[in-house]
Design a protein around this ligand. Structure first.
Ligand SMILES: *[C@@H]1O[C@H](CO)[C@@H](O)[C@H](O)[C@H]1NC(C)=O
Length: 474
């Protein structure tokens, strides 16, 4: 192991450059396209309605519009699922850096589709564009954290990997600001909302040209030690990278010595089946906690709560700010408070919060004071979510499996998350139209179920070795 004060194990200009090239380029697409559809939704829904009329000769009724709107927002998650499923193949064929580089081709295709949707009056083209950007984001979500952790020295891996999540929350915030009607979220300029991300793709293509491929990939997949050494010399800004080389080679040998574990192996062994169920449920819990309902439809919620004019949109931007701040705070919280505790506080709190939210929304128009309670409850919800449920499931999945089972577990857990996200986003507007504020009661029930599940089954993983955790399920 290299010594603690070894300069090669610290941040340097070139490593930071590589982190920015990878995280800013890909995290931006993921966060921006998640958040972009919310603020200008009235403008976009009207466009869908008008476009439908010019294509099919009649205007839409509310339920068709809700369904089509749900599809436009959620088709991105179908793409994301597909992208997530091909991360492994892409990383093996092109390398993490190569994969990120060529992934920008999908941004180009998606931008063309979404950019021309209005000029050629086609809502189908818009939906196809959202699908392509979804594939791009699914790939980014796998490749980017992989690249970030593989270019970083061991001592920095945790911190650097979380940069991706941080860029996502910041990009959601940027998308919300861009969507304001006097920025781009109006009838004339909204196509530019979907064209703007191309600049981040161009930025990434250019900056990645100056970065090296992941040394881990060069050794492990390509078997090219010379290139791996060159890459490490670049990333560490040091001519002596022998310590890193030795470490990477031994990590690689250790991984290759492990047997390959398939899904059916995992299902058959109790010791692997239980964590597999935990991994899937925790991903479902993250999405079915109601976060997407709150984020995607917050502007709507605030309007229903009685906010007038631009105020609902500012409140939504406030949510974005709180989300960014809490994501930063949560990086410390998980180390201090423990994963299980934060998850329990989060899901218990969200159950109570959504219960109160659905009641206050229902009575909101009878009292001048209640709309403000709605807004406060929404903010508390975001704080509770971002403190634990937002980030913990992603790394909890990696913490409850050993190196041999981890890739298979992750390749099931991540698509589960995208699919759950798809279901919530697709069905929420329709259910909301049907039962109004009581839609949040569904999340109350689910949050209670998840709370009990976590209480009974999820182990605390903080400061514990993987063998110790696994021994619980013997
Ligand atoms: C679609 O537009 C027409 C004409 O402006 C309008 O009457 C109708 O209510 C709109 N449909 C929905 C679901 O908003």
């Amino acid at each position: 192991m290299p010594a603690e004060d070894d300069k090669s194990q610290k941040f340097n200009v070139k490593l930071i450059f590589a982190i920015i090239a990878a995280a800013l380029g890909s995290g931006f697409q993921h966060g921006y396209h998640t958040g972009v559809i919310n603020v200008p939704q009235e403008v976009l829904k009207e466009w869908l309605n008008e476009t439908y009329q010019s294509s099919y000769g009649s205007y839409m009724d509310t339920s068709t519009l809700n369904l089509l709107w749900g599809l436009t927002t959620s088709i991105m998650n179908v793409g994301g699922t597909i992208g997530g499923l091909i991360v492994g193949v892409t990383a093996n064929k092109l390398g993490p850096k190569g994969g990120l580089f060529f992934n920008n081709f999908l941004v180009l295709v998606a931008t063309i589709f979404m950019g021309i949707a209005k000029p050629i009056t086609s809502l189908e083209v818009m939906i196809v564009g959202r699908f392509f950007i979804g594939i791009n984001c699914g790939l980014n979500a796998g490749l980017c954290p992989m690249y970030l952790s593989e270019v970083s020295p061991v001592s920095l891996r945790g911190a650097v990997s979380s940069v991706y999540q941080l860029v996502i929350t910041i990009s959601i915030l940027i998308a919300q600001i861009v969507g304001l009607h006097y920025v781009l979220g109006n009838h004339t300029y909204w196509p530019y909302i979907f064209i703007l991300p191309i600049f981040f793709a161009i930025f990434q293509v250019i900056t990645l040209l100056f970065c090296t491929e992941s040394p881990r990939y060069l050794i492990g997949v390509k078997g090219n030690e010379q290139k791996a050494e060159q890459s490490l010399k670049f990333l560490r800004m040091s001519d002596d990278v022998s310590a890193d080389m030795t470490l990477m080679k031994s990590e690689d040998a250790a991984v290759k010595a492990l047997p390959k574990i398939t899904l059916s192996d995992m299902y058959k062994t109790r010791q692997l089946r239980i964590p597999l169920i935990i991994a899937v449920v925790i991903m479902l819990a993250q999405q079915f906690s109601g976060i997407n309902a709150v984020i995607f439809y917050s502007t709507d919620t605030f309007e229903k709560a009685g906010l007038k004019g631009d105020n609902p949109k500012y409140a939504t931007i406030g949510i974005g700010v709180v989300n960014v701040l809490m994501t930063i705070v949560s990086l410390y919280l998980v180390e201090v408070a423990g994963r299980k505790t934060l998850l329990l506080i989060g899901f218990g709190g969200m159950a109570i919060d959504t219960l109160l939210l659905s009641l206050t929304l229902y009575f909101a128009d009878q009292n001048d004071f209640l709309p403000w309670v709605c807004i406060i409850l929404t903010f508390i919800y975001i704080i509770l979510f971002a403190a634990g449920a937002g980030s913990i499931p992603w790394f909890l999945v990696t913490e409850i499996f050993n190196q041999a089972a981890r890739p298979t577990a992750v390749s099931l857990a991540v698509p589960t998350n995208w699919i759950a996200n798809f279901i919530v986003t697709l069905t929420f507007p329709s259910i909301e139209a049907l039962i109004g504020p009581f839609v949040f009661l569904i999340f109350v029930a689910l949050d209670v179920v998840f709370f009990l599940f976590i209480l009974k089954f999820v182990p605390e993983t903080k400061n514990r070795t993987i063998d110790d955790i696994i021994s619980e399920w013997k």
